[in-house]
Ligand binder design. Structure first.
Ligand code: HEC
Length: 142
């Protein structure tokens, strides 16, 4: 057997190197596989959603921290338009505008208006519940 190996020109060193390479490749492949599972797995994201859902939702403080700079105190407008008119909007329409920049009638809002589904509120994922709380607060300003 060893004579055949020698005829093919593989030294013991080369064979050892090949085995070490194969083992390392296996380790790297399985490490990235598990890393990938951890990154896309629900544990982290679910934990975050749960934390947000458990926190008390306050429409006024969400409005003051995230909207007042552009839509003004009392929602009368500033950089952005008044939001008083949106009191008549459905929850779905209001959520679409705030989370995705999609206003009723297929109107895409200017990029100045943040897409809160992407930016979140204060670094945490924005939820429908929070946007509805902001909508209630805006309605209360009429
Ligand atoms: C950086 C400035 C800015 C911030 C912050 C901001 N907006 Fe806006 N918003 C705008 C601008 C500008 C528009 C108008 C965009 C257009 O008409 O294309 C707009 C449009 C809107 C509209 C659509 C109004 C309409 O009548 O068409 C809604 C609803 C809205 N914003 C809600 C919010 C809420 C709620 C927040 C806070 C969670 C917020 N915005 C934060 C700038 C901002």
């Amino acid at each position: 057997m060893s004579e055949i190996s020698n005829e093919r020109g593989f030294s013991g060193r080369e064979i050892t190197a090949a085995v070490v390479f194969a083992v390392l490749a296996g380790v790297i492949a399985s490490t990235s596989y598990f890393a990938g599972v951890n990154m896309s797995g629900g544990a982290g994201a679910d934990g975050m959603t749960a934390a947000v859902a458990e926190a008390p939702v306050n429409g006024q403080s969400l409005y003051v921290s995230n909207c007042v700079g552009c839509h003004g105190a009392e929602a009368v407008g500033g950089i952005g338009p008044t939001l008083l008119d949106t009191a008549a909007w459905s929850a779905a329409d209001f959520n679409g505008a705030v989370l995705h920049g999609q206003a009723p009638g297929g109107r895409t809002l200017a990029p100045v208006m943040p897409r809160f589904a992407e930016s979140g509120f204060g670094g945490e994922t924005a939820t429908d519940e929070q946007v509805e709380a902001i909508h209630s607060y805006v309605k209360s300003l009429q």
